[in-house]
Ligand binder design. Structure first.
Ligand code: SAH
Length: 296
């Protein structure tokens, strides 16, 4: 998930006016806007907004076109923020995490998987998903719960990162799972992790932006989709996701802040999905939605 910071440096009043305008223009999307003094003498102030999943030049063009390029003379700059939140360098030193009957662990903790549990060994490298994040753990619990009630025959893990959720579903069900990610490094990592966990033959991967690839048409429609991405892309993708789901199907959606719940429910409600289960972990929300006859 690329985050681009767009900055406009100006005198105090001008910068504050620009920050106010940005706040209003991006209100619906909720992009964070900040304003701060950027020189000690107070002569320069910076109005700043974060945009997601865009390139810096697109971000500048978007801000300029929304504000109106002749509304101010200050230069607009953009840079890419380091993706710290999405990157776990290594599991070294991190404790194993247990969620449902899954225990996610690094190579050094193979012996920590409780008897009867399902161990998932992850070498996180450059992808997100070690189980230490509340969203991943929330999804793992739901995967365990859903598979304990019934089988699913076409499962998609959208935004797979390290592949942790796809591997969990594959090990739990012993059935094929499709795992995709916008980031080719993630899909490669996921495939390697699946092999390491003896699920290489079950987890099939490819890179794609959202559901935007003809291969989803060939592999779907799906009856279970797991997507631990952020609220905004999940809102944007709701129509595409719904279009690739079977009439009777289940979604596990995570990466959501508590306050994102209502708009996600509304967006997916428009496509016939309703809330089946809601879980909170460390301020993050995981929603299970179903369409068709109640099943989860
Ligand atoms: N499923 C893992 C990783 C979640 S991190 C877990 O639960 O721990 C979110 C992942 O979604 C990242 O790997 C990111 O690259 C991917 N992603 C973000 N936007 C996406 C999009 N539009 N299409 C597909 N994948 C996306």
């Amino acid at each position: 998930m690329q985050t681009v910071r767009v900055r406009i440096v100006a005198a105090e009043l001008e910068a504050k006016r620009i920050a106010d305008v940005l706040e209003r223009l991006y209100e619906d999307e909720g992009n964070p806007v900040s304003i701060y003094e950027s020189t000690d003498d107070g002569r320069e102030w910076t109005a700043e907004i974060l945009l997601f999943e865009v390139e810096p030049d697109e971000a500048i063009a978007d801000v300029r076109s929304r504000i109106g390029s002749d509304a101010f003379s200050a230069p607009v700059e953009a840079d890419i923020l380091p993706e710290l939140n999405w990157v776990e360098k290594s599991l070294e030193g991190l404790k194993p995490v247990t969620a449902g009957r899954f225990t996610v662990h690094g190579g050094h903790d193979r012996d920590k998987v409780p008897g009867g549990g399902i161990g998932i060994e992850i070498e996180a490298a450059l992808a997100f998903g070690t189980g230490h994040h509340g969203t991943t753990a929330g999804c793992l619990e739901e995967i365990d719960r859903l598979f304990s009630m019934r089988e699913y025959d076409r499962v998609l893990d959208l935004g797979t990162g390290t592949g942790v959720l796809a591997i969990a579903a594959a090990l739990r069900s012993r059935q094929p799972v499709l795992a995709t990610d916008i980031d080719p490094v993630a899909t490669k990592t996921a495939a390697a992790n699946a092999r390491m966990n003896g699920a290489g033959h079950l987890v099939h991967t490819f890179s794609a932006n959202g559901m935007n690839d003809r291969r989803f048409g060939e592999e779907g429609p799906f009856d279970l989709l797991i997507a631990n991405i952020l609220a905004r892309p999940l809102m944007q993708m709701s129509r595409d996701i719904a279009a690739h789901m079977q009439p009777v199907s289940t979604l596990i959606l995570s990466g959501l802040r508590i306050e994102d719940g209502p708009r996600i429910l509304f967006a997916y409600g428009c496509h016939g999905f309703h809330l089946s289960k809601r879980g909170e972990k460390e301020g993050w929300l995981t929603l299970t939605l179903v369409r068709g006859r109640p099943q989860a």
